[in-house]
Structure formats: structure tokens, C-alpha cells
Design a protein around this ligand. Structure first.
Ligand code: BMA
Length: 660
């Protein structure tokens, strides 16, 4: 691929062309998509059957056991090589990846959740440059860890005999879940970029909101400027913050030392236009632009969309127990939302249009919050941009769910890197409301029988590991890298759905209407302070079932339908609850239809109960919003974006004014 024109200013090129891939050892090269995954590339070349269809999931499992190579060639001009610096940026490599450029090993990546910015000026050549990445099998890579650990982690959503997912910083759901296909992918899942830089670069621009009221917004513009030449240089740094016709400017003249320079440029904005959650007003976004000029010439700039607002999570002991609610711009907000899982089992298939549509669906259902659940990923930038634009608060879990994890030094180092990387990536977003350590690990440790399953020595390891990760490391990193943002060790904080006393404490996951086999009316009395999960399954509509099954499969327990129902007693629970309310239809299509109505009515019942108990209860987040492939699940929107009856019912139940 040829890279166009040189310039005195910095230039960034996306390296998305000319890629090829090959199974290691085969030397058969085929064109590849970047960003992408090996599964998508094999599908494109007809080497894999559609994994979402029928029982094809079983036929594609071999892919995760292989190593895969990706390569491309790009051209660099003599002018470009004269730049002061050059970087190759990988925004995401999935997962164990050795990166070679012109024969030189640049990087050994081991965490899907971090990006890498590599200095390559000395490795680049005029003319053709060869980039190659070798992805090692995520399961073969971790097999020695599993073998020497001596025990099997309680990660029972990992649909494999040896639950190796815990060792790898890779999306947990890709190893299978109780709504998830197992597609343990490899590949260049986020963009690759090449930058030539002259003079200086803005490595980071954090608009830290220190205090925001209707009278004033006090922000600190924190810049990290990289002077890429070897001598000190005088520079003008400018920050412009603008909304509509209004614009203000801060300027500073500084001497940039070679390497990293940190700069703080505080600003007060009088009577700011506040960013408001959906339903409260406009989610106003200011444009903050930072520029660096040397000798009167602009050498670097960076723009951020900033919503000025205050968000406080109020978790305090009170007469009833412990509160849990979001206070936005000084006012308590009843959280109306849902739990989000990754939008696709093949993540690079998520397009900007799909993110935009997702947030239209969230907003249309009168929601003001979405929880990014810990078994998925730290989402794409586009996800948070949409959240900012739509006034949707994001509850962000760190990516840990439903199992204990190792806490050896290598693991902790990877976790630190990913936490810092993602906090720095996301902390400017107005929508980012909180960080939560994990999903349901504390709950699992206390109530899922793990203590009896493991020896006292192993159990001690596990409980110590919990404290190290979620009560020490992550909160310390949040305080240092995203000061002021609320952190909680895990969700639920303490409550357990079988123990009524605990519902008085912070957030609850109430699985009574599902695992507990209780009627929806139980939600009228089982009122938590904040319901962060509760749900009921339904099959997707027939239109979606037809996408993965043929008429001969249209039976509740047919092998194909069972391959798309990952919750072990799911069908039994659907029918059991249905029998409480309706005559259970015999015909498959009718059962599917009745199930959709049932799920919608049940969840609406819950939301109404939670809203009735405001302010004791201050939030209702059904499990779950969406699907990552066509499947039977708790979702309100299916994989293809079709609203289930539940999403319509949620829209009604979350209406601004509800007559009950
Ligand atoms: C919840 C989630 C998921 C799971 C769901 C349904 O508590 O956190 O782990 O998919 O239950 O079982």
C-alpha cells in the first residue's frame, strides 16, 4: 500500500489495506479484513460455515486451537522518513500476538484490552515495509497455566473442559456464556495506524471536571505534550472551548523539554450549558480543542467533545440500610436502563451504524443508563460517543465476571495496564458515570458453593485474590487515573437475591423470577435500593429463528434449538412461569409468541414496582438489553435489532410519567 504525501505537520494513516492471513504452517495466504478476526476472514473465503446457523458452532471450534499469521506491506517515502518521529499504533490485538516490522520484533502483546503505540522511526525503510503479526492460540498459550495450577477455576460459563479463559485478558463471553456462542477469536480487532510526527504531539488531553454547578464549571485542561525533537523548544499552547456561538480561549507559552511535558490549564466557565441525561434536557456537548504551535506553525491539535455535568453516586448508610443512587447535576436520578453485552460475537462486525441504532433504541425506550457488563469488553469509542450524544449514563464494569481470577504478578501487571489504558481512553466522556470492579464475583464467592468445592489453601488464594484485585489495585488505579469517578468493588455490592435482609444494601441482582421460579408479583415486594439485574428469557421472534433454523427444527428441544438455548433449564423455566399466567400453547410458533408477551409483561411489572418505590429504590436495569448472536435469551432486542415485546413494554414502563 502506498502512503500519500509528506507534510511538515503530523500525518496519520490507517493501515487497513493489503492485509493477508494464513494458518501458521500452511503458507497459504488469503486476503484479510483489518480490523477483523480470523473467523470473519475464514468466513469470507468460504473456509468456515456460518457459525450462527444450526449447530455450526461445533464445526468452528478448531479455529481457536491454531496459530494465525497476518501480514501487509506498506510504502514509506524519503520525505516521511525525515519526520522527527514515527509511531505504529495498534488499538487492539486479540490477544497473544508477536508483531514484527521489517524483521524486527516490535511487540509481544498479551492483552486484548490495551492499545500499543510503538516508536518505529528507526525500523522503517524508504520503499516497502513489511509488517507481520503472529497470533498464538489463546487456549494453547494458557494450557501450561491450567496444567500447573492444579485446580479448575469456577468459570462455568467457559464452555470448555479446561476453563482457561481466566488466565487471558480477553473478552470472557467469547469462551461461551449462558446466552453466548463460543467463538474464541484471534485477530487485529481494532484499527492499526501509522503516524509521522514533526515537532510535537499531544499524547493526552484530559478535561478534568473539578466542580460543575449551574453557576460555574471549573475544569482543568491537563495536557501531555511529547516534544519529539532532542532540544527544548518554545511553544504556544492554546485551548479553545466552544459551544454554539460562544468560544473562549486560554493560551500559554511554554518551553517544551525533550520527551513528555505535562501541562495544566485551568478554566472557569460561567453559567455553563449543562449536559443532561435523556428525559431531562439536552445532552449539551462543548468542543474543547487543544493546539500546540512552534514558530507560529501549528504542529499538533486534538479535539474533545465535553459534556459539563456533575455525577455523584450516593452510597451511604441510612435508616433503611445503604442507599445507592445517581445524582446528576445535583438532583437524584431514577436510573432507567438495561444491561448491555457485546453487540456481536465477532466484534469488528459492529459498525458505526449499529452503535447509532443501538443508542436510538436505548433512547427510544426512555432509558437514561446502560450498564456495560463485566463479561464483555471495554467498549469501542463509538459506543461512548453515542452515549454522550444521547444523554445515556454508562455504568462501566471492569472486565471480570462470575469467577475468581489469578493474582500472580504477570496477571496483575496486565490488569494494571488495561485499567490505566481504558481509563485514560474514556475519562473525558460525560456519560461515564462509574467504574465497577466486576460482575457477581463476590456473590459467587459467598453463595455459589465455591468454598466447599475447593481446598482451604485454594480458597484462601481466591479470597485474597479478590481483595488484591478489586479492593486494592483497581480502586488505587481509579483514584490515580480517573480521580473523582465513583468506584465500587463489584456488583451486586453485597445483596443476594435469596436473602431479603440484604436487599436493603446498595444494588441487587434479583434472580427470583428466573432461577428462583417465582411469579412476577414477587417483584412487588422484593424491593431493592437499586435493581442492577433481574430478568426473564424469551425466544426471539420467528423471523429471527428462521435465520438459524429450518422448519424441521421448530421444536422446543430440537438439537438446533437447544444449540441456541444455552441456559440449562431455560425452556423448563419459561414454560413453568407461562403456566402461571396463560394456557401453554402446544404449537411451537404460538409458544414463541406467548413467551415474548410473557417476558414483556413480566419485566414491565418489575419496572413499575421499582418506580412505585422511589425514592427507596432508585434504579431498574433489566437483564439484558441485547444479543451477540441469534439466541434464546433474556434480551429485549434480538441480534438483528428486532425489538422483542419486552422492549416495547420497557418503553411504556419507563415513560416520563406513568399512571399506575
Ligand atoms: C446474570 C449475568 C450473567 C448471566 C445472567 C443470566 O447475573 O451477570 O452472568 O448471563 O445472569 O444467567
Amino acid at each position: 500500500m502506498a502512503i500519500a504525501g509528506a507534510s511538515a505537520q503530523s500525518q496519520t494513516y490507517v493501515l487497513d489495506k493489503g492485509w493477508e492471513f494464513s494458518q501458521a504452517g500452511s503458507n497459504e495466504w488469503m486476503s484479510a479484513r483489518v480490523p477483523g478476526t480470523v473467523h470473519q476472514d475464514l468466513l469470507d473465503h468460504g473456509r468456515l460455515p456460518d457459525p450462527f446457523y444450526g449447530m455450526n458452532e461445533l464445526k468452528v471450534q478448531w479455529v481457536e486451537k491454531e496459530d494465525w499469521l497476518y501480514r501487509t506491506v506498506f510504502t514509506v517515502t524519503a520525505d516521511q522518513l525525515k519526520s522527527d518521529a514515527a509511531w505504529l499504533t495498534f488499538e487492539g490485538l486479540d490477544t497473544y500476538a508477536d508483531v514484527y516490522l521489517n524483521g524486527s520484533l516490535l511487540l509481544k502483546a498479551d492483552n486484548m484490552f490495551v492499545g500499543h503505540k510503538l516508536a518505529v522511526k528507526d525500523v522503517l525503510r524508504e520503499g516497502e515495509n513489511r509488517l507481520m503479526i503472529r497470533f498464538r492460540s489463546p487456549v494453547e498459550e494458557t494450557a501450561p497455566q491450567w496444567d500447573t495450577d492444579g485446580f479448575n477455576y469456577p468459570a462455568d460459563n467457559d464452555h470448555s473442559e479446561k476453563r482457561m479463559s481466566v488466565y487471558t485478558r480477553k473478552a470472557p463471553y467469547s469462551y461461551g456464556w449462558d446466552w453466548g456462542i463460543r467463538l474464541a477469536t484471534s485477530g487485529i480487532w481494532r484499527p492499526v495506524k501509522l503516524t509521522f510526527c514533526n515537532g510535537a504531539a499531544i499524547d493526552d488531553f484530559f478535561v478534568r471536571q473539578q466542580e460543575v454547578t449551574e453557576q460555574v464549571a471549573k475544569v482543568d485542561n491537563q495536557l501531555e505534550i511529547n516534544n519529539v525533537i532532542s532540544t527544548p523548544k518554545e511553544a504556544q499552547v492554546k485551548v479553545v472551548y466552544a459551544y454554539g456561538e460562544q468560544a473562549d480561549t486560554l493560551t500559554r507559552t511554554v518551553v517544551l523539554q525533550p520527551g513528555k511535558n505535562s501541562l495544566s490549564m485551568p478554566a472557569w466557565i460561567e453559567k455553563p450549558h449543562l449536559w443532561m441525561p435523556n428525559g431531562w434536557g439536552d445532552p449539551v456537548l462543548y468542543t474543547f480543542t487543544a493546539t500546540v504551535s512552534v514558530d507560529g506553525k501549528e504542529v499538533a491539535s486534538r479535539e474533545e467533545a465535553i459534556g459539563l455535568r456533575s455525577i455523584r453516586v450516593v452510597m451511604e448508610d441510612d435508616k433503611d440500610g445503604k442507599s445507592f443512587y445517581f445524582e446528576v447535576n445535583g438532583k437524584p436520578m431514577f436510573a432507567k436502563g438495561s444491561n448491555y453485552i457485546p453487540g456481536d460475537a465477532l466484534l469488528p462486525n459492529m459498525t458505526g451504524e449499529r452503535y447509532a441504532r443501538l443508542f436510538e433504541d436505548i433512547r427510544a425506550a426512555n432509558m437514561n443508563m446502560v450498564r456495560v457488563w463485566g463479561g464483555g469488553i471495554y467498549e469501542d469509542d463509538r459506543f461512548y460517543e453515542e452515549a454522550d450524544r444521547n444523554g445515556i449514563l454508562v455504568w462501566q464494569d471492569f472486565i471480570f465476571a462470575c469467577t475468581t481470577y489469578p493474582h500472580d504478578p504477570t496477571f496483575l501487571k496486565r490488569v494494571s495496564e488495561e485499567a490505566v489504558y481504558n481509563m485514560r481512553r474514556l475519562r473525558n466522556h460525560a456519560s461515564l458515570a462509574m467504574w465497577c470492579g466486576n460482575n457477581e464475583i463476590y456473590e459467587g464467592m459467598r453463595y455459589w458453593g465455591w468454598k466447599d468445592k475447593y481446598s482451604p489453601v485454594v480458597w484462601k488464594e481466591m479470597t485474597e485474590g479478590y481483595d488484591v484485585l478489586f479492593r486494592q489495585l483497581l480502586p488505587e488505579l481509579v483514584a490515580a487515573n480517573d480521580p473523582g469517578r465513583f468506584y465500587m468493588h463489584g456488583s451486586p455490592y453485597e445483596a443476594n437475591w435469596g436473602r431479603p435482609e440484604s436487599w436493603k444494601i446498595a444494588d441487587s441482582h434479583n434472580w427470583g423470577t428466573w432461577y428462583g421460579q417465582k411469579p412476577f408479583e414477587s417483584l412487588d415486594t422484593e424491593i431493592p435500593r437499586f435493581m442492577s439485574e433481574y430478568g426473564f428469557q424469551a425466544f426471539p421472534e420467528m423471523k429471527t429463528i428462521r435465520m438459524f433454523a429450518s422448519p424441521e427444527d421448530y421444536e422446543l428441544e430440537s438439537p438446533v434449538m437447544n444449540a441456541h438455548q444455552k441456559a440449562s433449564i431455560g425452556n423448563f423455566l419459561i414454560k413453568k412461569t407461562m403456566a402461571l399466567y396463560y394456557k401453554v400453547p402446544e404449537k411451537f410458533e404460538d409458544l414463541i409468541y406467548a413467551g415474548l408477551i410473557l417476558q414483556g409483561q413480566g419485566m414491565r411489572h418489575g419496572i413499575e414496582a421499582h418506580r412505585r418505590h422511589r425514592p427507596y429504590c432508585m434504579g431498574s436495569l433489566p437483564w439484558q438489553l441485547n444479543d451477540s448472536w441469534p439466541v434464546v435469551s433474556w434480551s429485549s432486542i434480538d441480534y438483528y435489532g428486532n425489538w422483542k415485546a419486552m422492549h416495547y413494554q420497557i418503553r411504556r414502563a419507563f415513560a416520563p410519567v406513568l399512571v399506575d
